[in-house]
Design a protein around this ligand. Structure first.
Ligand code: ADP
Ligand code: MG
Length: 290
């Protein structure tokens, strides 16, 4: 039996000010299991960041429930200690690497989180070194963060979260501002954390190719949950995705086009490897009689 790590029930959030009231999230119920890698997909304004902020209590829901690791974090009796415990368990990495680094040396930046948790300084030293090695940034420990590339900065930000030893990390479009090399390095780090450290990963993205690497995808549209399923299940529904401003990975699109043109393909694909297998099979079979 899989253990639930995050569960939301009819979660809703409204941004309210004197003039306006905007419903950004509407009755969203999702369940994410321990050790799972879940991608949240949705076009701009669909409510992805709002959901992420609710899960980390940066925002408090207008309605609905959130359970993290079995605890009701929407309970009125949540104490400061409970909030601290939540922040320890669920780390967040944001989009802009420049907004997340505060210190003048990489290692001080990584130490910032565990320091706030009150960890002993000799333990912090060990955690910082390990975290930097983990993301391949150890040799930059004494460097100035602002001189690093975007991808390197994001990996330092991730190291800062790892050093707090969370059970779950939420990445809110953490690759969106990076060049292709930076994106790949950060994606590799995310996948490694999930597979090797069994850290539950919630990755918000608008890159279909990145979402295709997840165990499961949740699609948000206009603040509502539009669909959820494995990448294969979600990307099979290309027309609906296009309708809400999304697409499918390029290899999936290619295979769908070939199918529409009468080529008989055995199944679907969401990753390049799967695509290569399908095409190889197709080439050995030739075109279907139509
Ligand atoms: P996403 O991350 O999917 O792009 P957000 O969760 O940031 O979407 O925003 C969802 C909706 O809520 C958007 O329409 C956005 O304009 C609105 N919104 C976000 N932040 C605020 C805010 N502070 N005040 C008012 N409306 C907001
Ligand atoms: Mg966002």
């Amino acid at each position: 039996m899989q253990k639930t790590f995050i569960k939301t029930e009819n979660l809703s959030y409204r941004y309210d000010d004197e003039l306006n009231s905007f419903p950004a999230l509407k009755n969203v119920s999702v369940e994410i299991y321990e050790g799972e890698f879940v991608a949240i997909l949705g076009h701009n304004g669909s409510g992805k960041s709002t959901l992420a902020k609710l899960l980390n209590m940066i925002l408090i829901p207008t309605d609905g429930k959130i359970y993290i690791d079995g605890k009701d974090i929407t309970d009125e009796n949540m104490t400061d200690a409970d909030l601290m415990d939540l922040r320890k368990k669920v780390g967040m990495v944001f989009q802009n690497p420049d907004n997340q680094l505060v210190a003048t040396r990489v290692e001080d930046d990584v130490a910032f989180g565990p320091e706030n948790l009150g960890i002993k300084s000799e333990d912090i030293r060990v955690r910082v070194d390990e975290a930097l090695k983990y993301v391949g940034m150890y040799e930059y420990a004494k460097h100035e963060p602002h001189r690093l590339s975007g991808g390197q900065k994001q990996r330092v930000a991730i190291a800062g979260i790892i050093a707090m030893m969370p059970k779950c990390i939420i990445f809110d479009e953490s690759t969106a501002m990076l060049d292709p090399v930076g994106r790949r390095d950060v994606m590799d780090a995310i996948i490694k954390l999930n597979r090797e450290k069994n850290i539950t990963v919630v990755m918000i993205t608008h890159y279909m190719e990145e979402a295709a690497l997840a165990d499961r995808i949740v699609v948000l549209d206009d603040g509502k949950k539009l669909m959820e399923g494995t990448p294969a299940e979600v990307f099979a529904r290309e027309a609906e995705l296009v309708e809400c401003g999304l697409s499918v990975p390029q290899c999936t699109e290619l295979v769908h086009m070939l199918a529409r043109d009468g080529y008989k393909l055995d199944g679907d694909c969401v990753t390049l490897d799967e695509c290569a297998d399908l095409l190889e099979e197709l080439l050995s079979k030739g075109k279907k009689d139509v």
